[in-house]
Design a binder for this molecule. Structure first.
Ligand code: GLC
Length: 433
C-alpha cells in the first residue's frame, strides 16, 4: 500500500470525516466498559504501577480470570435500556492482558481462567442490541518487554510498533465491522513519529475505512477526549466520565455507591454534552465475573426511561450553544436542536410561571417534550414567560421536565447584563468611574 505523508493522510481523513462521523454526532451517549485483570483486584485499573507490583507477580492474576460467559450481553442490554447508542470496551488496558483470542499476545483471556473471547461476545452483544461498537486499545503495555525501552532504543521501538499494529490489526479483522478505535496513553514515546502513528493508522483505516479514531495517538484524528470533565472543544469531542470519580475499573460496590452518580447527575452531564455539541461516554466497571455493579443499574435504567420520553432534547444534530447564547435561567439549562431550544428544568418553579430572558424573538410554539402538551406563553420585550404551569413538576421521570420552545428560525439572543435595566441592548455609553 502506498503510504501517505502526515499532511496527505490528515487531508484525506478530513475529507471523509463528515460522512464517517454522521451516526456518532447524533448518538450523544455511549457506555465505556473497563474490564480486565485489574478488575479482579477491585483496586483501580492502574493497580499494577500504583502499587508497584512486579510483572511476574501481577501476571498470576490471570489464572483467576473469572469472566462468566454471557456477561457482555448484560452490558449491552443495560446500555440499550439506558438509552445509549454505542459501547467502547477496553479490549486491552495498560496491563497488557488482551480480552480476545490473540496470536500476537498469548497473555489473553482465551488462555486463562474461564477462557473466553470477551471481545467476540461483546461484539455479538452490541450487534444484537443495535449498538455501535468501539474498541479501546492502550498504547502502553506493562507486560511487553519492549514497551518502555521503545522510547530509547530503535530495535525495541520497531518491535513494539509492530506489536501495536499487529494486535490492532487482529481486532479490526477478526470481528467484522467495528465503528470506533479508541487509543489511550501514548507513553513512552513523545511524538507521532515515535509511534509511527501515520503509518499504523493508515493501515488500520485500510481495514475499516469508515472507522472513527480518537486523538490519543499523538495525532488529532477524529475527536477530542476530555477526561473526567465536560468541556466543549472546537471540534468533535466526547467526554469520558467514571461513574464514581474514583476509578474506571471495578471497586467495591457498597463503598463506591456513595460516590456514584444518580439519574439526575447523569442527565445534567447529558445536557452539558448536548449543549456543547459533544458526546458522553459514561463508564461502567463490571465485577470480576463480568456482572454489573448494583450502584449503576438503577440510575442508568432511570435515565433510559427519561430519555425514552425526552430524547428529542438530547439526541441528534445539535446546534452548539456558544457561551452567552441561548441560556436558561438558573433553574433550567438549554440544548438546541434544529430550530428548537429545549429547557431542561432542574428545579420546577413555584407560582405557576417562569421567565427566560434574552430571547428577542417569540417562539412559534412551546410544549412539554414528554407528552407534547402545549405550554402557555407570552413574549415581552426579550422575555419569554411560561404561564399557567402546574404546581408540581409534570414530567414523569427523574423529576426533570423538558420544555421545547420551537422557533421559526433560531432567535436573536441578548445575553443578560449584570443590570436588568440594561438588558435589551441599551449600553453604558459614558466612561465608567
Ligand atoms: C486514562 C487512564 C485510564 C482510563 C482512561 C479512560 O488516561 O490511564 O486508566 O482507561 O484514561 O479515559
Amino acid at each position: 500500500m502506498k503510504l501517505l505523508s502526515r499532511s496527505e493522510y490528515e487531508e484525506q481523513t478530513a475529507s471523509t470525516r463528515d460522512e464517517r462521523m454522521g451516526w456518532w454526532r447524533e448518538a450523544r451517549y455511549g457506555m465505556f466498559i473497563h474490564y480486565g485483570l485489574y478488575t479482579h483486584t477491585g483496586r483501580h485499573e492502574w493497580v499494577q504501577t500504583q502499587e508497584n507490583i512486579p510483572v511476574d507477580e501481577y501476571k498470576r492474576l490471570a489464572a483467576g480470570f473469572a469472566y462468566k460467559p454471557g456477561s457482555a450481553k448484560k452490558w449491552a442490554e443495560l446500555a440499550k435500556a439506558a438509552g445509549m447508542k454505542y459501547m467502547v470496551l477496553t479490549s486491552r488496558h495498560h496491563e497488557g492482558f488482551s480480552l480476545w483470542d490473540s496470536k500476537a499476545n498469548p497473555y489473553n483471556s482465551t488462555n486463562y481462567g474461564t477462557k473466553v473471547d470477551v471481545v467476540a461476545e461483546f461484539v455479538e452483544a452490541c450487534r444484537e442490541y443495535g449498538l455501535k461498537i468501539g474498541f479501546y486499545t492502550s498504547l502502553m503495555d506493562w507486560q511487553h518487554p519492549d514497551s518502555w525501552m521503545a522510547a530509547v532504543e530503535s530495535g525495541a521501538r520497531a518491535r513494539f510498533n509492530q506489536y501495536i499494529l499487529d494486535i490492532n490489526t487482529e481486532l479490526l479483522t477478526q470481528y467484522g465491522k467495528i465503528d470506533v478505535l479508541w487509543f489511550d496513553v501514548s507513553s513512552p514515546m513523545e511524538h507521532w513519529e515515535g509511534w509511527n502513528s501515520v503509518e499504523i493508522n493508515q493501515k488500520l483505516r485500510a481495514i475499516q475505512p469508515h472507522i472513527i479514531i480518537n486523538n490519543r495517538c499523538k495525532l488529532d484524528e477524529d475527536f477530542g477526549t476530555p477526561e473526567e470533565r465536560i468541556a466543549a472543544e472546537d471540534r468533535d469531542w466526547e467526554a469520558c466520565m467514571t461513574f464514581n470519580g474514583l476509578s474506571w475499573g471495578y471497586v467495591d460496590s457498597e463503598q463506591a455507591a456513595k460516590y456514584s452518580y444518580n439519574a439526575q447527575g447523569i442527565i445534567r452531564m447529558l445536557q452539558r454534552c448536548t449543549a456543547g455539541g459533544g458526546n458522553l461516554l459514561l463508564n461502567v466497571g463490571p465485577k470480576p465475573d463480568g456482572s454489573i455493579p448494583e450502584e449503576v443499574v438503577a440510575p442508568l435504567t432511570e435515565v433510559g426511561k427519561w430519555l425514552e420520553v425526552n430524547g428529542r432534547a438530547a439526541y441528534g444534530k445539535t446546534v452548539k450553544v456558544a457561551r452567552r447564547t441561548y441560556g436558561g435561567n438558573g433553574i433550567c439549562s438549554t440544548s438546541v436542536i434544529g430550530n428548537s431550544v429545549y429547557l431542561w428544568n432542574w428545579i420546577w418553579p413555584f407560582g405557576g410561571s417562569m421567565g427566560i430572558g434574552g430571547y428577542k424573538d417569540a417562539p412559534k410554539a412551546v410544549r412539554y417534550v414528554h407528552n407534547g402538551a402545549p405550554v402557555d406563553f407570552e413574549h415581552k420585550g426579550q422575555r419569554i414567560i411560561l404561564k399557567n404551569l402546574p404546581e408540581k413538576c409534570p414530567g414523569p421521570e427523574a423529576g426533570i421536565t423538558v420544555i421545547e420552545m420551537e422557533f421559526e428560525k433560531l432567535p436573536q439572543y441578548c445575553f443578560a447584563s449584570y443590570y436588568p435595566q440594561l438588558n435589551g441592548g441599551r449600553e453604558i455609553t459614558a466612561e465608567r468611574i
